[in-house]
Design a protein around this ligand. Structure first.
Ligand SMILES: [Zn+2]
Length: 151
């Protein structure tokens, strides 16, 4: 998921202004404020087009643009069957590192610890590809020990 750039927000606002054929253009100050507000919503860039499509269904150019965009985003996400949360509170019982478990295992042949990374199956929040998923207790049962990356 890519973060939307300031430029993309400005483009979205411009498209709405054009779409509603505004006679009085929003001030530069207003546009700056809106961009700051939108930036805080962290809209994924791939959703901008959908947001525009929702926003232009309103009867007129929104009085409160950030609010209208937020509504459009929510409408879009709920129709896509997803929940929009500003800062998804992610709690993981095993305190993984953003969905990744860093573990090491002693290797008898080489007399050293080998380091591994697994996607945490407790919270399943990592979408990293190419690494296996595991439960920490299962890993510990198999002789792995957690370590802090950078240790
Ligand atoms: Zn986790």
């Amino acid at each position: 998921m890519e973060k939307t750039t300031d430029l993309a927000y400005r483009k979205l606002i411009k498209k709405l202004v054009y779409y509603y054929n505004l006679k009085v253009l929003p001030s530069k100050y207003a546009v700056d404020m809106w961009c700051d507000e939108l930036d805080r919503m962290r809209i994924p860039s791939e959703q901008i087009e959908e947001i525009f499509n929702h926003a232009k269904q309103a009867p007129g150019f929104p009085k409160n643009l950030p609010m209208a965009i937020r509504d459009a985003l929510q409408a879009h996400l709920s129709s896509a069957g997803r929940q929009y949360t500003r800062d998804p509170p992610i709690h993981c019982d095993v305190n993984c590192d953003a969905g990744i478990l860093f573990v090491k295992k002693y290797n008898l042949d080489h007399d050293c610890h080998y380091r591994y990374a697994f996607r945490c199956k407790h919270c399943t929040r990592s979408e990293a590809t190419g690494i296996p998923a595991a439960y920490l207790d299962q890993l510990e049962h198999d002789g792995y020990h957690p370590y802090q990356p950078g240790e």
